[in-house]
Design a protein around this ligand. Structure first.
Ligand SMILES: CC(C)(COP(=O)(O)OP(=O)(O)OC[C@H]1O[C@@H](n2cnc3c(N)ncnc32)[C@H](O)[C@@H]1OP(=O)(O)O)[C@@H](O)C(=O)NCCC(=O)NCCS
Length: 411
């Protein structure tokens, strides 16, 4: 029988910190209100050089160091994110390329703040089925890029960052024991980020370059511009309270545990009051709930893996601990996992150095492949196509045929 153990973990947060006081200089709020109503003291803010991919890569590299493996051993990379840099290529492909993980499949997973636990479930099932030996599961977000900084109800709550874990196949009992995944799409209007796609012309026949400036208005009445987040705070709060306690009960029942056997509950870091309410409902003391929301705010899919790292570093998460993780958020989605924490690996400095060298080599190889593709294009590119290429419409009215060099995918 195969088991899936977490053997590596890493996190990354942008350097710049935005305190509650900073926010109170541009919206009508205060440090006291934010701390009392959410438990948040500060959050990290992505700068111009940060992206979802760059944060994910940094967290993944740290996780590989702890796991003491090389990127080429990884068979699957899942990045849970609601704020990918591109619709495609996926953030996971950007991570694969940067690390030089040449034996890995890679995809992004969209389940909002539940995404990391969804990914953990997918990856551990693949390991238990014997399909792969190692998987990288990452939660990465630049939430501050989708916030309306004039909306005090949401802009105070979110932050940026990434967390990653390495899962390893083993015949030693333990690791991820059971998971549950749930969704209720009827609550999709409580919390959402709209894409731009709905604003675009439906098809070529309807497209008229002159109408590009008069694209359809958002009809939900909430005036949320595409690419920005909408949240009904009160309803989402009630949902969080109900799900955190309910999903915990369900996962421990599935695992054959009692509530008081939980050594550490690592919930999605949405609001400290949601945790306090679940603590009462479950009769599980707050000391068994891990929280670091005071330092990072709500980092969506990144919050649980970042909390894992901090819990290990502070000695709160120790070998043989029975651990429950619960994610919940947009979709609506929620997910829980029960696991027995394994023996931590000792950091191997030689492998750490080698992984930095491998990172450099991966970069060289990636560039070489791009150059090679261009050379191939020059040599073999003059393929005679008798039919005119279909000109795809684009919102700026430019004919879809590529006339200039397309930009490189940037991390
Ligand atoms: C957003 C949230 C913190 C608001 O807390 P709340 O106690 O529900 O506050 P309310 O929405 O009832 O608002 C109470 C008052 O505070 C005001 N308020 C809202 N945000 C404020 C802020 N940042 N600063 C000061 N006052 C604020 C409201 O305008 C309202 O004022 P009013 O009574 O004059 O109308 C809370 O609802 C929440 O955390 N929801 C869940 C969010 C979440 O977890 N999202 C992610 C899930 S994955």
């Amino acid at each position: 029988m195969r088991y899936a153990h977490i053997v590596g973990w890493g996190k990354s947060a942008p350097e710049r910190i935005l305190t509650n006081e900073d926010i109170s200089t541009f919206v009508d709020t205060s440090d006291t209100w934010i701390r009392e109503r959410s438990g948040i003291g500060q959050r990290h803010l992505a700068g111009s050089r940060d992206s979802t991919a760059s944060l994910a890569i940094a967290a993944a590299l740290e996780a590989l160091d702890v796991a003491n493996i090389s990127p080429s051993q990884v068979g699957l990379i899942i990045v849970a994110t609601s704020t990918p840099d591109y619709a495609f290529p996926s953030t996971a492909c950007q991570v694969q390329d940067a690390l030089g993980a040449d034996s890995a499949g890679a995809f992004d997973l969209s389940a909002a703040c539940s995404g990391f636990v969804y990914g953990l479930s997918m990856a551990s099932d693949a390991i238990k089925a014997g399909s792969i030996e190692y998987a990288l599961v990452i939660g990465a977000e630049v939430m501050t890029r989708v916030l309306d900084w004039k909306d005090r109800g949401t802009c105070v709550l979110f932050g940026d960052g990434a967390g990653a874990v390495v899962l390893q196949s083993s015949d030693q009992p333990g690791g991820v024991l059971s998971t549950i995944l749930r969704a209720d799409g009827s609550g999709g209007d409580m919390l959402f980020i709209r894409n731009n796609y709905r604003e675009q012309p439906a098809n070529i026949a309807e497209y008229d370059g002159a109408s590009a400036g008069a694209l359809p208005k958002i009809e939900d009445g909430k005036n949320i511009a595409p690419g920005y987040m909408y949240m009904n705070g009160r309803e989402v709060f009630r949902f969080g309270v109900r799900i955190l306690a309910g999903a915990t009960r369900e996962i421990i029942a599935k695992s054959g545990w009692e509530v008081d056997q939980i050594d550490l509950l690592i919930p999605h870091q949405a609001n400290i009051r949601i945790l306090e309410s679940a603590s009462k409902s479950l009769a599980l003391p707050m000391e068994r709930f891990y929280h670091n929301i005071e330092h990072y705010g709500n980092t969506s899919a990144a919050s649980i893996p970042m909390a894992i790292c901090d819990a290990v570093a502070s000695g709160r998460l120790r070998p043989n601990h029975k651990v429950v993780m619960v994610g919940f958020g947009g979709g609506l989605t929620w997910a829980a996992a029960a696991l027995e924490w394994g023996t931590p690996r000792v950091l191997n400095r030689a492998n750490r150095t080698m992984n930095r060298v491998r990172l450099g080599l991966a970069n060289v190889r990636s560039r070489a492949r791009r150059v090679l593709r261009r050379v191939e294009d020059r040599v073999f590119g003059a393929i005679d196509v008798s039919a005119e290429p279909l000109a795809a419409p684009s919102p700026n009215g430019r004919n879809g045929a590529v006339t200039e060099a397309e930009p490189e995918v940037r991390r």
